[in-house]
Ligand binder design. Structure first.
Ligand code: FES
Length: 181
C-alpha cells in the first residue's frame, strides 16, 4: 500500500496499514548474494573433490602382473624383473621389482622377494661359495634355504609373492609373509 492509500485510510479514521516492502538495496543484495554463493560453490566443490578424492579412495589390491612363461621355471631359483603400477595419492609410478622364482618339490611355482629381512640388502641365490644352494646376503652374511627360511642373522624368512598360473604364464600378486616355512 502506498502513501496515498495510507492517507485515505487515516482520513476515514482507519489505522494505517504497515506494509513490509523489500527495498531496492535488499533486493540487490539477496539476488547478488545468491548468485555469488552459487558460483562460489560451483568453483569450490570440484577443488575440494580434487584435493580429497585420492585420499578417500580405498587402496586397490595390487593387480596381478604377468612375469614369465611357466616353462622357464625350474627347481633352481632364477631371478626375474617385472614392473608394477602404483598409485600413491596423486603420484603414479612404475617401479621395477625382482622375484626369485622356482618350482618346489611339489611341482608348484613359488616366488620370493630378494629383500633381506635383516636390514634390507638384496640376497642372491648361491651368492657365497660357503653357502651352497642357499640365498646369501652380502651385507652381513644372512643366508636362507631355497624356500626362504632364515638360517642366520636375519630374524624372518624371505617374503613371498602370491602366484597364479594362467595359460602357461606365471603371474605375481601381493607380497606377504612366507607361507612355505
Ligand atoms: S641386510 Fe642382509 S644380512 Fe644384513
Amino acid at each position: 500500500m502506498n502513501d496515498r492509500t495510507n492517507q485515505e485510510s487515516q482520513r476515514h479514521g482507519e489505522k494505517p496499514v504497515k506494509r513490509r516492502e523489500m527495498s531496492r538495496r535488499q533486493f540487490l543484495s539477496y539476488t547478488l548474494g545468491g548468485a555469488g554463493a552459487f558460483m562460489g560453490a560451483g568453483m569450490i566443490v570440484p577443488m575440494v573433490r580434487f584435493a580429497v578424492d585420492p585420499v578417500l579412495q580405498p587402496k586397490s589390491q595390487a593387480d596381478w602382473v604377468k612375469v614369465v612363461e611357466e616353462a622357464q621355471v625350474t627347481e633352481v631359483p632364477k631371478s626375474f624383473k617385472f614392473k608394477v603400477h602404483q598409485v600413491d595419492g596423486w603420484y603414479e609410478s612404475d617401479p621395477e621389482l625382482e622375484a626369485w622364482i622356482a618350482k618346489g618339490k611339489d611341482g608348484k611355482v613359488f616366488a620370493l622377494n630378494p629383500t633381506c629381512k635383516h636390514l634390507g640388502c638384496t640376497v642372491n641365490w648361491n651368492g657365497s661359495p660357503e653357502h651352497k644352494d642357499e640365498y646369501y646376503c652380502p651385507c652381513h652374511g644372512a643366508h636362507y634355504t631355497a624356500d626362504g627360511k632364515n638360517l642366520a642373522v636375519a630374524p624372518l624368512p624371505l617374503d613371498e609373492y602370491e602366484v597364479k598360473i594362467e595359460q602357461g604364464f606365471v603371474y605375481l600378486g601381493q607380497l606377504g609373509p612366507n607361507k612355505r616355512v
